[in-house]
Design a protein around this ligand. Structure first.
Ligand code: APR
Ligand code: PHB
Length: 389
């Protein structure tokens, strides 16, 4: 079979790009190795930059998001028993949107189905062939049958553990990585959020985050050891630890309840360069990973999608490849700034096992400077709401 753009990976990146291209009359096929149900079973973060929201609107997939999401004009930073707000609206004129990224993926699947978009589930042994010559193609197996897709371009939206990044030869590719010596234990509970905005809290016992999905669904995290497993954390242990890591006024207002989801995720910073090799383009987690502290995972995928969508649309409209030729450089320029912000927030708020007393003093000085200095708050707000595309 043949298509114009073969997309590997049916997560939010691949689905959104497929939807945007379809609306421009550009033919795509999405290959997903799992089932739709499995993909939608992944619990993901809940903060969207306005740039991502605008892409969803351009893709015609924003009706439920516009009805159910809500804007956050700021967030709270807490340390010890102190807390202060960062007013994004005041510093940037912008805000972030609270809407579960799992719901984003659900809406994108529904939109693909409504447009008869081609999404093939349960694919196996996906291989990218001849990406660096004039006959790119993707081979795979599904239901025991071998298939081949001949195409103009291949987009790797297959996440950190996918096949596309590995297709770029090691001598061409440069990987940059930093692994953090702790993880995040996350709990979803059908309880009202403890605060109307997110609370990022740094304590002597470690980091904690109070987030939400809606008025009756809260998402909480505590920094934990990489040796931990969710089974090590009863609900009682989790709630008691969370209360010890947030200011007393926050702990006193916390409504606890049974966890409906509990999982541990490691923290990693990762970038691969370049994000293009011949007819193969990398997008989203296939090319870069951020620690979740800055809520930048999907929001960095968004700018990749924006640049690639514009480049592909320009190519098929005008046979002009300048947008595609500039993709990797433009995408990486914004990605590295998001990597820096996520790395900075992670270092600001977490406890590291090898921290000296001096290191702790530096961390506290950083927090107090952020609390007192308008310019520091403007810089944080600009990064948190999202740097321009
Ligand atoms: N063949 C086909 N599909 C594959 C393969 C493969 N070889 N390898 C992985 N996949 C699929 C996975 O099953 C997954 O559904 O690719 C998809 C990749 O999706 P994500 O990992 O969610 O990556 P992406 O779409 O880039 O999402 C980026 O979204 O919610 C946020 O924080 C999340 O940072 C992440 C961001
Ligand atoms: C979440 O709601 O899951 C969330 C919010 C903000 C973050 C990370 C995760 O920085």
């Amino acid at each position: 079979m043949r298509t114009q753009v073969a997309i590997i990976g049916g997560g939010p990146s691949g689905l959104l790009l497929s939807q945007l291209l379809h609306r421009k009359g550009i033919d795509t096929i999405v290959l997903e190795r799992k089932t739709r149900k499995y993909v939608l079973g992944r619990i993901r973060a809940g903060i969207l930059e306005v740039g991502f929201v605008n892409l969803m609107r351009e893709a015609g997939v924003s009706k439920r998001m516009d009805a159910e999401s809500f804007d956050h004009d700021g967030a709270v930073i807490a340390y010890g028993n102190s807390q202060f707000g960062i007013n994004f609206k005041q510093h940037t004129g912008s805000h972030v949107v609270v809407y579960g990224q799992t719901e984003v993926t659900r809406d994108l699947y529904d939109a693909r189905e409504a447009m008869d978009g081609k999404v093939v589930f349960n694919v196996q042994d996906v291989a990218i062939n001849d990406a660096n010559n004039n006959a790119p193609n993707v081979t795979y197996r599904v239901a025991g049958n071998s298939q081949r897709i001949d195409c103009d371009f291949i987009v790797g939206c297959d996440g950190f553990h996918g096949v596309s990044r590995q297709t770029i030869p090691a001598e061409v590719r440069r990987d940059y990585e930093k692994a953090y010596p702790f993880g995040w234990l996350g709990v979803l509970s059908e309880t009202p959020p403890v605060h109307e905005e997110l609370i990022y809290s740094s304590s002597d016992r470690g980091f904690a985050l109070c987030s939400m999905r809606n008025a009756n669904l809260s998402r909480y995290y505590v920094q934990c050891s990489l040796a931990d497993s969710p089974e090590d954390w009863s609900d009682h242990r989790f709630w008691e630890e969370l209360k010890r890591r947030v200011p007393e006024s926050v702990a006193d207002g916390l409504v606890t309840g049974p966890s409906i989801e509990k999982s541990i995720a490691p923290l990693r910073s990762f970038v691969t360069e370049p994000m293009r090799w011949g007819s193969l383009f990398l997008c989203g987690d296939a090319a870069h990973i951020v620690p979740p502290t800055g809520a930048k995972g999907l929001n960095t995928a968004a700018s990749d999608i924006h640049y690639l969508y514009q480049g592909l649309a320009q190519y098929y409209r005008d046979r002009d490849s300048r947008g595609l030729d500039q993709y990797s450089e433009k995408a990486l320029a914004r990605i590295w700034k998001a990597e820096r912000f996520s790395w900075w927030m992670t270092n600001l708020l977490h406890r590291f096992p090898d921290q000296s007393e001096f290191d702790l003093k530096m961390q506290r000085a950083d927090l107090e400077f952020l609390r007192e200095n308008e310019a520091a708050q403007t810089v944080m707000a600009q990064n948190y709401v999202g740097l321009p595309y």
